[in-house]
Design a protein around this ligand. Sequence first.
Ligand SMILES: [Zn+2]
Length: 378
Amino acid sequence: MTIHTDRLCATFMDLCATDSEPKRERLLADKLKELLAELGFAVLEDDAGENIGGTAGNLFARLPGTGEGEPVLFSCHMDRVTPGTGVTPRIEGGYIISDGTTVLGADDAAGLAAILEGVRSLRELNLPHPPIELVFTVAEELGLVGSPHFDLGQVSAPYAFILDASGPVGEIVVQAPEQVKLRAVFHGKKAHAGFAPEEGISAIQMAAAAVGRMKLLRIDPETTANVGSITASFPTNIVPDRCELEAEARSLTPDKLRAQADSMRQALERAAADYGGTVDITETACYQAYNLPEDAPAAIHAARAARRIGVSVRFKATGGGSDANIFNSKGLPSIVLSCGYEAVHTTGERMSLDQLALLARWVVALILENGRQGEELT
Ligand SMILES: [Zn+2]
């Protein structure tokens, strides 16, 4: 089965060039609605946009089956990180790249384009296929903000393939961490730094001491932690009485995450006590971990389809969160497929043309794998 690589590439570049920063996905959502309708999908948009203060909701599209098999569900996110407006993609040496002033947006337009081209090819060849369901989410890059609003009750597929990971086509993410965010506000005491510093309690000093006590970055193979910001701004002649600190911790194992978050809280509290100040700590659970076995039906399905298109299969864990964390926590088994894009979230982001074509072939193989067995895809 052949993929029209020129058409795939044109669709991909068109999607990248369509503005779609988080909560500003309207243009891309409208374009996708149009393209999906042309392919025969019925498309619904939910009210996530209103709920999160964005311009578009999550899209749910459904194409009736023309053959045997359970519904196959693919999901991608429509937004991309900043700077992601006014993208001007171009081809250079087998890669699609941006002009260097913006990201490319391959994360996650590669997934979107591969799905569209995969389905288009099937339809043109009149190949019988099972029902196809698509969930295109908003505001994923803000920390999985859109997908929690999507009603999974509409879905009839038994599991989801989320096209949203770096790494070569054939890699399958079956494990992802849980994350918590910590926000701490230190309260000290103002004093003149020159006349009476001994009367003051420096909130900045407390924050610095807390960070000094913390174990950070790579904690163990499954656990990471980082302080992202320390904010206080006072004239140098005033002992600062307020300082905010933001940090996160992630782990594939809930117990390890709890231990790390607790030790960071202790560091914050001890630093405040040592200097005679106080600290208010807010902890937010961002998303839950998941860990699917390699013999889960979704994993077997993805691996079989990958072998059928001749790529090697590798199961892996990721350090990042995706909509799969949300869907898994709501009871829909979900795995994430690598899309072949590189250097995502940077202005050097690039997409190999070969990987893009392979990704579209993987989509086709995933759809057909469910409807029939044993036929060779060439
Ligand atoms: Zn992504």
